[in-house]
Structure formats: C-alpha cells, structure tokens
Design a protein around this ligand. Sequence first.
Ligand code: SAH
Length: 442
Amino acid sequence: MSHSVTSFVCTIESLGFSGEGICRHEGQVVFVPHALPGETVEIQIIKQRKQFAFAMVLQLIHPSKERVQPICSHFYRCGGCAAQHMTYETQLLFKQLGIQENLRRIANTALQAKPVIGMDIPLNYRNKTTWKVALIKDTAFAGFFAPGSHELVPVDTCYIASESSNQTKNAVVRWLNHCLKTGILQNTLPIDQFTTRTNQSGELVLILQLTSSELPLADELIHQLQQSVQKLLCVCTVNDCKRVQVLYGQPLLKESVLGVSFQLSPFSFFQVNYKVCEQMYAYAIKQAVTDHNDVLIDLYSGIGTIGLIAAGSCKKVIGIERNEGAVLDARQNAAMNQISNAVFHAGEAEAILPRLVAGGLHADAVILDPPRKGAHRKVLEAIVQTQPQRIVYISCHPASQARDAAVLAEMGYPAVASQPFDMFCQTAEVENVMTFVKKSVD
Ligand code: SAH
C-alpha cells in the first residue's frame, strides 16, 4: 500500500499508551505525538512502518478544550515529559483509561480501574533527576535527550525536577563553561551526565558521571555549588566501573517515610516522588495487612521501605531482594529504627521464595513490587504456595502487571482492586497497585 507524503487532515480518536494521539488513515493506524482526542489536525507521515505510521502535526485546525499551554518551553522537543499539553485532569483520566484497557485486554477481567490519585501541584516532584550534558558549538549545555534519540535538548528550567536540582544544574554548567573559556578543557567534557538526589528537607547529593579520569577545577565546582545550592550534602564522582569517589561531604541521604527513617546510598532505588510514594505505600500496606498477627512477604524489597513501614502493624516481615547492597541497607535501616521482626534475604526471588516455601513458609499477605518486566511465573507459583489471603502487586508497567494478573486469577487469586497513583506527573508513566484475594472454596 502506498501512502502519500503530502499532508492530510484527520480527527484524533484516542490516546496511545505514550500519550500520543491516534487516528486512522487509509486503513492504517497513525500515531500523532502531541495531538489530543477530538482534535482536527493537519498531519504529515514522518515514519512509515508495515502496520502503522508516525506523523507530526503541521496545523492544529480544531483544538481540544482539554489542551493547555505547556508550562515548559522545551516540552515539544524534550523526551522527559509527554503530557504537559493536556489539563492535569485529562492526564489522570488518560492514565486511568490506559490501565482499564490493560485490565480488559490483557488481564481479561471486568474489574474497573479506580481514578488515579494525583498531586495538588503536579510539579517539582522528582527527588532524583539525571541531567545529560553535551557540547554544542563549544559551549556546554545540560538538559535531556529528545524522544528516542541521543540528541541533547538544552533545558533552562525543568519543572518536574526540584528547584535545588535546577540550581545545581546551573552551577555545573557554569563551571564547565568556565573550564572551557580558560582553556582547561578543550573540545571534550569530563562528564556526560550528572544526577541529583534530594530528601524532603531539601538536602542534596550530586553524583557526576565521569568520562575521563580527572575532574578539572573540582574546588571551583564545589565553590560554585556552595554559592548556589542551600543544602549541599555531598558531591561525588562515579566512573565506568561504578567506583564512587567523594569530593565533598557524605553520600548518605536520610529520609523519613510514614514515620520510618531510611538511609539511601547514591545508587539505591527509591520511588522518585515522595508525596505520592507515601500515599501509595500506605494504601498498599492497608490492602495487605489486616491483623497484627499477619506474616508479610515483601518481594523485590529494595532497601526495605515497604516491609519496614509495615513491620509495626504485623507479626513478621520477610523481605527478598537481589541487590546485595540494597539488602545491607534494609538490614541497617531495620536496626536504625529498632525493628526486630523483619528479615531480608539477598538473592533472586525465583530462587529464594521456592526455597522458603519448601521449608514450609506460610504467609498471610504478600506485597510484590517487581521491575518493569513483571514477575517470573515461578515467583507467582511460589507466592500462591505460601497460601496468602491477599496479594498486593505494585507496578510501574501496567501491561506486564496485567499479564501476571491473568496468571494469578488462573491460580485462584482474582483481582479485586486496581488503584493507580500519579507517581510521574506530566509524563505518560503511571504506578498501579492491584489487590488479589484468595478465592474461597464453596
Ligand atoms: N520495593 C522497593 C523496591 C522496588 S524496585 C521500594 O519500594 O523501594 C524493584 C526491586 O526489585 C529493585 O530493588 C531490584 O533490585 C529488585 N529485583 C529485580 N529483579 C529481581 C529478582 N529477580 N529477584 C529479587 N529482586 C529483584
């Protein structure tokens, strides 16, 4: 089938999972980034695939009333956000409908996804931001990559990053350009990206990703940062081999979540949005733990966040996590909070859980929070073998979660609730918590 390269007018029918508009043209599906349902747009195909095509908007003929001016002037080029062109209510509805679609099509259930729990002010929420840096015509810039590319889009202010992350970025860029101007750097940069991590009291750790063995004028950088960032806690570098070198301060952030204190090392996983994370953990634990005598398994436990918060309301917590550093953090966090009813096992859930099951482990509830690809079937089988009453599944990838939901239903655990949380405001991503309850035998 041949498709014209010239433009044509169409009406957008729906939104795809990445927040792009979808329309049909000459019998094929066309994805149109930044177009909204109901809009009449003039578009041009820019990429033709066998089954579908991508197009760009040439002209907005009839805009949707859900359309708003993006807060960020870089929005249409930057790959960081995908939904700033729609009202926040529309963003939340779009995410709810996406989850609904996964439940219907993949999980094969009639369960309704609940409305997404969002933020009052859905901006400046990220506690971790990784800025990319590059030279453009002899000047250093920081920003983010354009969608699906490694082309830097320089960004003045990132509205989903914290204010202190933006201030840090300005100081780093100023230092790089100072080194370039004085001839200390020539044509190459000593870093290709840097990450800021902050806690709720505003303390900041900066991690610079080295491309060379030396950081020139490190004292100048620290001086610049001290001038610009109010609560600078630590500056460190990391090389290709993940070797961390501290240039200033201590690389440990302390954070309190729902009354439990945590210590985070620079590379430990932590949810990026503290406010939404607290609401999500509180909800997940309430869904899972119903009695003080409950035994809870915290699968994919990271630094022990969920299990340690739940420990106060149940008899015993068993955490399983493959990252040994994170397990050490979890044990240390347990000790720091004087929690003695939580144990953490280091290893793959696929190996550890079946072993514990073989040893006779029974659980009343399981909370699992796997990576994007979801849980291995072996893990789901082992969970069911612990005979829990309730399984609570936290996921940042509703499609793999829906696939696993179908497996759990098959094994006697139908889904009873799907509650999404807007952990990643202004983007197309969403976190979803599903609850499964053991089917009663009647
Ligand atoms: N529940 C934690 C961490 C969730 S992130 C929190 O809320 O902070 C997912 C975690 O799963 C990561 O820490 C990752 O190291 C771990 N992980 C990934 N694959 C795993 C596997 N096969 N077995 C055990 N842990 C795994």
